[in-house]
Design a protein around this ligand. Sequence first.
Ligand code: SF4
Length: 333
Amino acid sequence: MSKLDDLIDEAPNDEIIKKSLTTTFQKLKDYDKIICSISGGSDSDLIIDLCQQFDESNKIQYVFFDTGLEFEATKEHIRDLERRYNVEIKRIRAVKPIPVCCREYGQPFLSKQVSEWISRLQRHGFQWDDTDDLEFLMGKYHNCKAALRWWCNDYPKALGGKVSSYNIEYNSYLKEFMIENPPQFSISNKCCHFAKKKVASDFKKKEKPDLNMYGVRKAEGGARKGAYKNCFTTKKSGADEYRPVFWYLESTKKTYEEHYGVEHSRCYTEYGLKRTGCAGCPYARNNEEELRAMEMYEPRLYRAVSNVFRDSYEYTRAYREYVARRKGNDQNG
Ligand code: SF4
């Protein structure tokens, strides 16, 4: 009986888990130089556990990309994982840590896409004009048509006639809010580029793996999962990509965790967070909840993020209040 047969025999009675064992087994056989990103989040806990079940796991270089704003609980968890699985998880520092990016380029606000459009408009000295007249605005501000189309809601509707996420109306009352309250600080999504994307791509360029592994699940929300159709992608140039827990549902995760005794970081078990990422990221849907937990459990980090993202937090809160007020008015009147 092969190692894989043994593992399938001992696996929980769950087809998604069994399939992920088989596929991971095959990928570790097929590839020789593998990089696996470990974030310290719950999905990556499953991935490292899954990989370490196989003899070929010594082909894997585990890496943790440190953005410069990480929970102490996450860093501690990375150390715990190293001990538990007897592996090294290489820490890679950001090309520019998030606090430096925010100082140099501006702070992220609401979402990556919204921050991109706003930063382009700010670079053109946009005056948050109260108009949908694209021709007029293109005459006034040159060479920023894409962002002006966002402002004028000029992008076609999405599938099913839904409002396109490329248009400003995708975020209720954002245009009205910005006209009444133009941002007094620079907005930018550059921290994602310098603290996350570039650092990972530079590392891969240097290491030249033939397979990259990372944790994205189809069942989770957000733009990331929409970018992938399957758990595996072959690349014409560069490394192929494998997402071992792509098909896992919340229930699959729970089954796996219970069966194999996977432990998560204190961000989950003690702070009560549902997911982790860069600490205090203004894009996070649970941002306020995360800040409350941070203030209680990691007050130094809380002070740091309150400083780094100060303007964005204030602007976001003002926007949320504005939306609540306008929606209340609409309902009452
Ligand atoms: S996820 Fe948020 S905090 Fe992290 S790099 Fe991107 S915008 Fe910055």
